[in-house]
Design a protein around this ligand. Structure first.
Ligand SMILES: *[C@@H]1O[C@H](CO)[C@@H](O)[C@H](O)[C@H]1NC(C)=O
Ligand SMILES: *[C@@H]1O[C@H](CO)[C@@H](O)[C@H](O)[C@H]1NC(C)=O
Ligand SMILES: *[C@@H]1O[C@H](CO)[C@@H](O)[C@H](O)[C@H]1NC(C)=O
Ligand SMILES: *[C@@H]1O[C@H](CO)[C@@H](O)[C@H](O)[C@H]1NC(C)=O
Ligand SMILES: *[C@@H]1O[C@H](CO)[C@@H](O)[C@H](O)[C@H]1NC(C)=O
Ligand SMILES: *[C@@H]1O[C@H](CO)[C@@H](O)[C@H](O)[C@H]1NC(C)=O
Ligand SMILES: *[C@@H]1O[C@H](CO)[C@@H](O)[C@H](O)[C@H]1NC(C)=O
Ligand SMILES: *[C@@H]1O[C@H](CO)[C@@H](O)[C@H](O)[C@H]1NC(C)=O
Ligand SMILES: *[C@@H]1O[C@H](CO)[C@@H](O)[C@H](O)[C@H]1NC(C)=O
Length: 722
């Protein structure tokens, strides 16, 4: 079956098709940067010879076009004319570079014709399974373990042309909640698609709105998904060092694939391409932090065509710059996830109370297609897409968007300043917060941005001197939040900053004083909100993803949770804080131990250290700072020198359900605990701190530490200044 109900081709389409056919070569000849990419002299000479031939061909084509275009308006003679065709159940947007077909009025992307490929999408799939917005939702209290919420592919009921002129077409596919409905999600949704003249891609965004008085609801997941043609797109690129040829979706299905501890993870037993045999495929191995999700996608190397999702801003994504999302994965699938609970848990179920009004714009994101002529390495399409990403970032916020709910640049404000860190136990002067992240988010508590989702967040990275500039901020009320690598805790300025159109606020110097009582006696790790600096074992050779072999991010490998019991079959880790190297000794996650009977047990780690004569004079509470990078249904109990103390000196109680361990993350939510250790519990000579994680029902339960520090009592400088 064809991908759309095509009309009889008209004359214009015939001429366009012919032009398409030669577009490669024409583009090639006149595009100098591509020309430079072709490195061999012989090939250049060959091309130059071809040039005369091509010019003759173009002249011939022009004659042909004149002949068949007598009844066309002058605009249509340009290859750059924007057109909107109506078909029986579809609309087609066409700018001469590519054609985008959408079902009408549902607003599913059913076809993308580009560069001679009739449909880059999964053309054999159902029409609602190629390119679509969706959400997962439920009425509060209605969700059980079995019913994980309702998946809604957001079938619109009305199509409207919002803008149509020589430069752009914007279409709206909307659906209004029926106030008498008891079964539909109480949210109005308006999906938009924008095509520009002379642009090799399209923009999509959606406006979600709840009016006052509407029923309570919970939303788990909001995304725009694209499924590509699996016969063509085999090479996935999500960053400079995370790209590879991927297995096929068919390889995951038994008996070719064998599901592992959960269905997302599959071992490839008999893949169609033998090179993948024995590898593990799991989409979570490809998750990314929001701050890094700017461009990702796929390349069809045979067609020399790239398909990319470009996100110039993450203002609309939930939970700040460190929130992890899926991007691209086997399918070949390309996702723009705007909201999900991944790596956070139930705190990120979007919850709306009975009557609560809300409106948010998700996107726009840019879906970008690129191509090279034969002879140019198609893997360079990744670099070309990165170049396009810079262009999109410069265009942000897109001023051509038709919705009043998406403010243009002159409707936005900016906030700048400089962040300094004051830690007198490290330096007498304030320290520029080099590389810190500074952001505006809804007014809240310290660190509340990591659980915030109803509003927009605007983050920027400070330069070496701590200067930051947050631009293109939507009007609204915000607090300022920040965190700085090398320092524990969160900066929070609870002044409510009111951003208005065109406002430019310079806050001058702001000072963050991270928690600190006295000087450092010892520390374990680096305060950077991840466990990446600790000892990460190699994976079991049976469960390898070759991409991550021998790399610093090998924590993305499957099954590392089992390595702990293999390394410590009987006794738990003992770490000597005075001499051990955290990168060689500190296991990067405190997981459960697998027992011979198939069950699991909790674990108790020990930190040993010596107190010498100098300690005699110190009185009061020592402070143990424990920063956690994740917790999944875990509890941390702290005991000092008495492993059976009951109750323990400190417990977090059960915290967290971010599922970071199973999903190969190196962090989930950040937690900081400050534990008083009375001088009476310490002694001259050997001391031991016991860290117990007692909860043990699954292999995925446990903690990751970001950083641990023992400090002298108040204001006393012991080691660093003696
Ligand atoms: C709204 O829902 C009610 C009850 O299901 C139905 O009778 C009515 O036709 C619907 N209205 C619209 C505009 O669809
Ligand atoms: C079309 O876009 C290309 C690449 O962005 C640009 O170089 C060219 O000048 C544009 N042409 C027109 C007619 O706008
Ligand atoms: C690419 O082309 C080669 C040679 O024609 C063919 O063997 C191979 O199957 C093609 N690969 C894909 C992914 O289409
Ligand atoms: C990307 O841009 C850089 C800098 O302008 C340029 O040198 C490079 O050739 C471009 N790469 C591609 C693949 O277009
Ligand atoms: C800022 O931090 C980066 C990354 O850690 C480091 O490479 C650089 O040297 C730092 N610059 C200064 C001035 O401290
Ligand atoms: C918060 O910002 C205000 C306004 O710039 C400033 O006066 C105040 O010192 C800041 N507070 C903190 C805790 O940095
Ligand atoms: C990883 O390193 C080990 C030893 O350094 C080597 O034997 C192995 O081949 C490497 N694996 C890959 C996939 O490069
Ligand atoms: C401990 O205190 C005594 C008396 O206060 C003092 O003489 C001694 O120098 C101190 N020792 C250290 C190691 O600071
Ligand atoms: C203190 O610990 C060290 C190293 O762990 C050990 O060699 C020594 O025997 C211990 N001393 C006492 C008194 O337990």
């Amino acid at each position: 079956m064809k991908w759309c109900h095509c009309q009889q081709p008209n004359h214009f389409q015939i001429s366009r098709k012919l032009q398409d056919k030669y577009a490669d070569l024409i583009m090639f000849l006149f595009s100098s940067h591509v020309f430079k990419l072709v490195t061999t002299k012989d090939y250049r000479r060959h091309l130059l010879k071809q040039r005369g031939w091509i010019i003759a061909l173009i002249m011939f084509m022009s004659l042909f076009e004149i002949a068949i275009s007598q009844n066309q308006t002058p605009e249509q003679e340009s290859t750059q004319v924007l057109q909107l065709h109506y078909q029986d159940r579809h609309v087609v947007m066409d700018n001469g570079i590519f054609q985008l077909t959408l079902s009408n009025p549902e607003g599913f992307v059913t076809g993308i014709q580009y560069n001679g490929i009739e449909n880059v999408l999964a053309y054999d799939g159902k029409e609602d399974d190629r390119g679509y917005w969706d959400l997962v939702w439920n009425f509060p209290g209605k969700k059980t373990k079995k019913t994980k919420g309702t998946l809604d592919r957001i079938e619109a009921t009305k199509m409207e042309v919002k803008t149509q002129n020589d430069e752009l077409i914007e279409l709206s596919f909307s659906r209004t909640w029926n106030t008498s409905s008891t079964t539909a999600v109480p949210v109005n949704i308006d999906k938009r698609f924008v095509m520009l003249r002379n642009s090799s891609g399209f923009y999509t965004y959606a406006i979600f709105e709840r009016l006052q008085g509407w029923p309570a609801v919970e939303l788990d997941n909001i995304r725009f998904a694209i499924k590509l043609n699996k016969d063509k797109f085999h090479y996935m690129a999500i960053s400079d060092d995370r790209q590879r040829y991927m297995p096929l979706p068919d390889d995951r299905i038994p008996p070719r694939g064998q599901p592992l501890a959960y269905p997302e993870a599959v071992r490839l037993l008999d893949p169609i391409e033998p090179e993948f045999k024995g590898e593990v495929d799991d989409k979570y191995e490809y998750s990314m932090e929001s701050k890094d999700i700017k461009v990702h996608g796929w390349i069809s190397t045979n067609d020399s065509v790239g398909f990319w999702q470009i996100t110039p801003s993450n203002e609309f994504r939930s939970a700040g710059p460190l929130k992890q999302f899926l991007g691209s994965h086997v399918g070949p699938t390309n996702l723009a996830i705007f909201h999900s609970t991944h790596y956070v848990g139930a705190d990120l179920i979007m919850t709306f109370k009975q009557g609560e009004a809300w409106k948010k714009v998700f996107g726009p994101v840019f879906i970008y297609l690129n191509s090279f002529p034969k002879g140019v390495d198609p893997l360079l399409l990744w670099h070309e897409a990165k170049n396009q990403t810079k262009i999109e970032e410069e265009k942000w916020p897109y001023n051509f968007i038709a919705s009043d709910d998406f403010p243009a640049s002159d409707q936005r404000g900016s906030v700048s300043g400089r962040l300094l860190v004051r830690d007198r136990f490290i330096r007498n002067e304030d320290i520029p917060a080099n590389g810190s992240y500074v952001g505006l988010a809804a007014p809240g508590d310290v660190g509340s941005w990591q659980r915030e989702y109803k509003g927009y967040q605007f983050w920027s990275k400070a330069d070496e001197n701590g200067y930051f500039s947050i631009n293109n901020v939507r009007s609204g009320r915000y607090n300022l939040y920040a965190f700085a690598p090398g320092f524990i805790g969160d900066y929070h300025n609870d002044t409510v900053f009111d951003i208005s159109p065109g406002s430019k606020t310079n806050l001058g110097d702001l000072v963050y004083e991270p928690p600190r009582d006295g000087s450092t006696i010892w520390e374990i790790g680096v305060p950077d909100r991840t466990a990446a600096e600790f000892y990460i074992p190699d994976p079991n050779p049976t469960f390898v993803n070759k991409l991550y072999s021998n790399r610093s991010d090998k924590y993305r490998q499957y099954g590392l949770w089992e390595r702990y019991s293999e390394l410590y079959p009987d006794e738990d880790m003992v770490y000597n804080a005075d001499v051990d190297d955290h990168s060689k000794k500190w296991f990067f996650m405190q997981v459960t131990r697998k027992l011979a009977n198939g069950g699991y047990s909790g674990t108790t780690w020990q930190i040993r250290f010596q107190f010498d004569d100098k300690m005699k004079n110190l009185t009061g509470n020592f402070k143990l700072r424990i920063a956690l990078a994740t917790s999944n249904v875990a509890e941390l109990q702290v005991r000092v020198n008495d492993p059976s103390a009951n109750p323990p000196l400190f417990t977090t109680e059960q915290i967290g359900k971010d599922n970071t361990i199973a999903r190969h993350g190196i962090h989930g939510l950040y937690w900081l605990y400050n534990v008083n250790v009375p001088d009476s519990s310490l002694r001259l000579g050997n001391n031991t701190i016991y860290l117990t994680q007692p909860l043990a029902k699954s292999p995925f339960q446990g903690l990751m530490y970001d950083y641990i520090r023992l400090e002298c009592p108040d204001s006393i400088s012991y080691l660093t200044r003696s």
